[in-house]
Write a protein that binds this ligand. Sequence first.
Ligand SMILES: NC(=O)c1ccc[n+]([C@@H]2O[C@H](COP(=O)([O-])OP(=O)(O)OC[C@H]3O[C@@H](n4cnc5c(N)ncnc54)[C@H](O)[C@@H]3O)[C@@H](O)[C@H]2O)c1
Length: 331
Amino acid sequence: MRILVTGGAGFIGSEYVRMLLSGTGPELAPSAVTVLDKLTYSGNRANLDPVADDPRLRFVQGDICDAEVVDEVVAGHDVIVHFAAESHVDRSIHGAAPFVTTNVLGTQTLLDAALRHGTGRFVHVSTDEVYGSIDEGSWTEEWPLSPNSPYSASKAGSDLLALAYHRTHGMDVVITRCSNNYGPYQFPEKVIPLFVTNLLDGGTVPLYGDGGNVRDWLHVHDHCVGIALVQDKGRPGEVYHIGGGTELTNRELTQQLLDACGAGWDRVVPVADRKGHDRRYSLDISKISQELGYAPSIDLDRGLAETVRWYRENRAWWQPLKAGASVNPTA
Ligand SMILES: NC(=O)c1ccc[n+]([C@@H]2O[C@H](COP(=O)([O-])OP(=O)(O)OC[C@H]3O[C@@H](n4cnc5c(N)ncnc54)[C@H](O)[C@@H]3O)[C@@H](O)[C@H]2O)c1
């Protein structure tokens, strides 16, 4: 099976590629894995170093909005797993244009190419943020979309396009929507690597608002296992939730990270809340559990301890990224 992974040099996409090629997830028997990635600020070739010598891996630097490049790369693949996106909510508040361009137009460009080439399956990787915010209970896959940030609105647009290509053209599209991920190789603007690397550097960490926002934290490997199950056995035209980590308020998460880094609350600086900040996300994962046998395997205590250790031991990976001007210090 020849698999094209867009955004495969990013945080989650690179975990998927490493998993596919090292055989540490569901067996999908890839004969070739092509990564198409623009290498924006959050894309990093070094994320693929552990599998760089695998002869099945081919890397193409290119933009998913570039129809010519996309057409050339899509040809000959059996499956597309589409991760490439602008992914940081705070950046979308400061400027929505790249989000609409990459997440909506880029996805449409890929869908068109997949349609032309008769690609066997299109796996569209999306997020729980498309549903907005929920005070109690959990969303099922039928829940109406009600995104609140430019990021989530652009992801919702791409989800709807993907479903439209299934309904209109009969394309084999499956969509995954996942909760918040953490783990190694995450760009240090997202809350967990930002906090951990700030604390390891002896600095402070910015906590939004009252710290009461709730997120479900899932290890990136569990996310990728879920995507692989959906790629393998998901039903065409269906949406599958991937989650089932641990729900924590941002204050509880901060406490865990302070403990893991041996720091106290004197290192926490309260900052004004994010505009339009969703209060709580929560996914019902019954569908993927019952249909595809998915269950997360890494509990948060173990996952966070391993993640903090990884950032402690891989300063050479994150230090140059933090030194770059592109990190938003209050993300
Ligand atoms: N991080 C999370 O917690 C989370 C949760 C649920 C879903 N998701 C979704 O998973 C996907 C991957 O997220 P991530 O956290 O790995 O993001 P990331 O920002 O770490 O990686 C995105 C990758 O896409 C590439 N890219 C961006 N624009 C591109 C373009 N125009 N053409 C080609 N490549 C481009 C970047 O270079 C980078 O390698 C996204 O679609 C995101 O919406 C993320």
